[in-house]
Design a protein around this ligand. Structure first.
Ligand code: DHB
Ligand code: FE
Length: 282
């Protein structure tokens, strides 16, 4: 049977995607140093654990879905996913290999569990998906890992509540663990932490709340499911609501977990960046 070996979270700011190819030079740059310093232990964990598949819970920022058609929950079921983000010129990183068989298994299982997802047999992926993959698989060495993109709307209100996302994650966890093939699966939750990109509160960051989220997501995720979306926006900024993606990842891990590694840094661009490596407790 398939086994979930752990969870990875990271912020997914587009400028990181631009910096990643120059990491070896930027590692000692005062702006980037505290950010990149967090990643070597996470990459060592990935290399040691050797996941066969990464289920990537992320949000699309207007590339694959726009405001006219915005599914709340969607899952990719393609053999390949191409990066086609807009911000820094058309990217040239290698495409991602899909695991369409696992995608369909997850889709069937979560629909049975009353989550009526949009199924995408073609899907472009943006920085919400690609930046984390390029960070955890340095040099874009992700050709050995297949992917299943799980996309949640964090852009066009109404957004699904933290409680709903946690339950969606639990349904994804049940789906993965009922997959008959003997594979190791890592679940990624991308985005966050506190940030607001526009409006009167542009640049808003809330370190106290971010650190609370990083603690509770390990030890007491149910406490985080009690926030409403307006409360989450007030506490972590309009785009800080991307935290629901982390909470979905945590739902998929289920039960007790332990933190293996974390990093928190203010700020790349306008965002409090954070990284966590979480393992299921034995
Ligand atoms: C930034 C952060 C994001 O999560 C995003 O999707 C785009 C930009 C930023 O901080 O610049
Ligand atoms: Fe984002």
């Amino acid at each position: 049977m398939a086994r979930i070996i752990g969870g990875l979270t990271t912020s997914h700011i587009p400028s990181i995607g631009n910096a990643v190819p120059n990491e070896d030079e930027l590692r000692n740059d005062p702006y980037w140093k505290p950010f990149f310093a967090g990643y070597p232990p996470a990459r060592e964990w990935v290399q040691k654990m050797k996941p066969d598949v990464a289920v990537v819970i992320y949000n699309d920022h207007g590339l694959n879905f726009f405001l006219d058609k915005m599914p709340t929950f969607s899952i990719g079921a393609a053999a390949q996913y191409t990066h086609a983000d807009e911000g820094w010129g058309i990217p040239t990183i290698p495409p991602f290999r899909g695991d369409a068989d696992l995608s369909w298994h997850i889709i069937e299982s979560v629909v049975e569990d009353e989550f009526d997802v949009t199924t995408c047999q073609e899907m472009l992926v943006d920085h919400g998906f690609t930046v984390p993959m390029s960070l955890f698989w340095k040099g874009n060495t992700y050709s050995d890992v297949k992917v299943v993109p799980v996309c949640i709307n964090t852009v066009q209100h109404p957004l699904p509540s933290p409680a709903r996302c946690f339950k969606f994650g639990q349904a994804i966890g049940r789906a993965i663990e009922s997959y008959p093939k003997d594979i190791k699966v890592v679940v990624l939750g991308t985005g966050g932490l506190s940030h607001q990109l526009d409006g009167e509160r542009a640049g808003f960051i809330n370190k106290k709340f971010d650190l609370l989220c990083m603690d509770k997501i390990v030890n007491d995720p149910e406490a985080l499911t009690r926030y409403s979306i307006p409360e989450l926006v007030e506490l972590s900024g309009a785009q800080g609501a991307e935290f629901i993606l982390w909470l979905t990842m945590r739902g998929a891990l289920g039960g007790k977990v332990r933190m293996v590694h974390s990093n928190y840094h203010i700020a790349i661009s306008n965002t409090a960046t954070a990284l966590m490596v979480i393992e299921k407790a034995a």
